[in-house]
Design a protein around this ligand. Structure first.
Ligand code: XMP
Length: 514
């Protein structure tokens, strides 16, 4: 593929993925590589530009991540951000040291509008700073094109060599005109044309997969989630019936979900692939009988999943490729992009099957962020219902039922969850909330229905807003919506006489209710 690309070199900063994302939002393809990547490899990629990210180290300390001088002598434009800016100056002969005043937060930067980076940017502009070190003296040949009250070299450049160093973070939204600055680098400095769009990505990926697979056989485990579905459709488009998808229905999916997956991937769907649905509900229910402890339930479900998948894979026999729906955030970097890659199994409980006979893994989405995966899905015509599915844990409803899992309880939580989701969507809140679902508490209490005393379960409703799923806050759902959901649940779902709303954040709770 000969598409124009920008390379982001990762020095371990927290916004690295954002940098790549902003570049792609500007319609230029972008990949992230570790700072350890060999310079020859970078040259061979023929990038239109290189961006050096931020990072937690001090570039003048021994053992700090670094780069060779050659990187700045290739004639390729380089933009250094924060640590990257300091490193560029350090390597090229400037002086970087601990700043007398540490800058953190939104800071006004005065920029020189004659710089290519700032043509359409306000002279005084709010930027996001986060640094302990600073460039005390810029490298020879550089001129200062931005400063703050405490940072004399907030931006420096050597226009002739197309080298730019920015102390703040244009990639975060707090930098009000950051996207403009990055676009200016991409278009005015690197001279990109901006031809990268999701449709070309999809088209190119399909072509590349077709070439790679040849007439080989491909196996994909479908979970019904967004990532594995999008990966499966891409493969189906590339190699048609050389692809076999195995969908294990463990009986712990949301209401109707199994059938929805079958509608898309099954024999009546639009794709010409081999679809195997394994209805393994009974197997899972019997393994889960009498088990109350959440971790134990997770283990049982994960292991059983793998056993079922392996049995199917054995029937199929040896394949050439196994498809994984790994996406960029799953590529665990230990802070340094792509350094140590962990392969997540499609449903990410329990790991990769041991006995599946395959030669190579295909991960067509490993460079994409979740929202880009969704865009790719829409681009390929996958129904919105599937593309905008919220995150759903591999162990499914098994961990949204407190205590023992039984088929009756699964039905209660499915029905309650269905009503909850329906009302949230009707109220137009569905795309605005990070994750929401119903869980079945193990608590029964006294209620009254008609003239009858009841002794039934309480359903817990959960809804959270979160950016990274590591922390979360309870979402504020309008009272009328909660009232409607609660009255429908107690009226329509048997064995439920109370509905509770979980107001807890994470921490101290988790997002799941298990
Ligand atoms: P917790 O409950 O740990 O959840 O706050 C954080 C996010 O992870 C999802 N989750 C899982 N996803 N397999 C998954 O694919 C799992 O086993 C699993 N457990 C939790 C959860 O839904 C939330 O989005």
């Amino acid at each position: 593929m000969n598409q124009e690309k920008i390379i982001v070199i990762d020095f371990g900063g927290q916004y690295n993925q954002l940098v790549a994302r902003r570049v792609r939002e500007a319609n230029v393809y972008c990949e992230i590589y570790s700072y350890r990547t060999d310079i020859e490899k970078i040259k061979a990629m023929n990038p239109k530009g290189i961006i050096l990210t931020g990072g937690p180290n001090s570039c003048y300390e021994e053992g700090a991540p670094t780069c060779s001088r050659e990187l700045f002598e290739m004639g390729v434009p380089v933009l250094g951000l924060c640590y990257g800016a300091q490193l560029m100056n350090h390597v090229l002969g400037g002086h970087v040291c601990k700043a007398p005043v540490r800058e953190y937060g939104k800071i006004e930067v005065t920029v020189d509008k004659s710089s290519k980076l700032f043509g359409d940017v306000s002279e005084k502009t709010i930027c996001w700073m986060s640094h302990n070190d600073y460039i005390e003296k810029q490298a020879p040949g550089f001129r200062i094109t931005g400063y703050t009250a405490d940072c004399p070299v907030a931006v420096a450049e050597c226009e002739e060599k197309k080298l730019y160093a920015i102390q703040y973070h244009p990639e975060v939204l707090h930098t009000q005109e950051g996207s403009k600055m990055l676009r200016n680098f991409i278009y005015e400095v690197c001279g990109c044309e901006g031809t990268w769009k999701m449709d070309t990505f999809v088209e190119n990926s399909i072509k590349a997969i077709r070439e790679k697979v040849g007439d080989g056989k491909v196996l994909c485990a479908l979970s019904g989630g967004v990532d594995s579905s999008v990966a499966a459709v891409m493969l189906a488009k590339a190699v048609g019936d050389q692809l076999t998808c195995v969908f294990v229905d463990h009986g712990l999916l949301r209401k109707n979900e199994g059938d929805e997956v079958e509608e898309v991937f099954g024999p009546n769907g639009p794709y010409n692939l081999n679809f195997i649905r394994v209805n393994a509900q009974e197997r899972f229910y019997s393994k889960l009988k009498g088990v109350e402890e959440p971790e134990r339930k997770r283990k049982i479900i994960g292991e059983e999943f793998i056993r079922v998948f392996e049995e199917e894979a054995k029937k199929i026999g040896a394949v050439d490729f196994l498809v994984q729906g790994t996406i960029y955030p799953d590529v665990v970097e230990s802070g340094l992009g792509g350094e140590s890659v962990v392969i997540k199994s499609h449903h990410n409980v329990g790991g990769l099957p041991d006995y599946v006979d395959f030669k190579e893994i295909i991960e067509p989405l490993r460079d994409l962020f979740k929202d880009e995966v969704r865009k790719a899905g829409l681009e390929m015509g996958i129904p919105e219902k599937l593309v905008f599915r919220q995150p759903f844990p591999g162990p499914g409803l098994g961990i949204r039922i407190i205590g023992e899992v039984t088929p009756e309880k699964v039905q209660i939580v499915q029905d309650a969850d269905y009503i909850y989701r329906e009302e949230i969507a009707k109220a137009g809140l569905d795309r605005g909330i990070g994750q929401y679902f119903a869980a079945l508490t193990n608590m029964r209490s006294v209620g009254v229905m008609g003239d009858e005393r009841t002794y039934d379960y309480a359903i817990a409703l959960r809804a959270v807003n979160t950016i990274d799923f590591m922390t979360a806050e309870a979402a504020e759902i309008p009272w009328e919506v909660l009232g409607k959901v609660s009255s429908r649940i107690v009226n329509e779902v048997k064995h439920v006489n109370r509905v509770l709303y979980d107001c807890t954040g994470k921490p101290p709770a988790t997002i799941e209710f298990e």
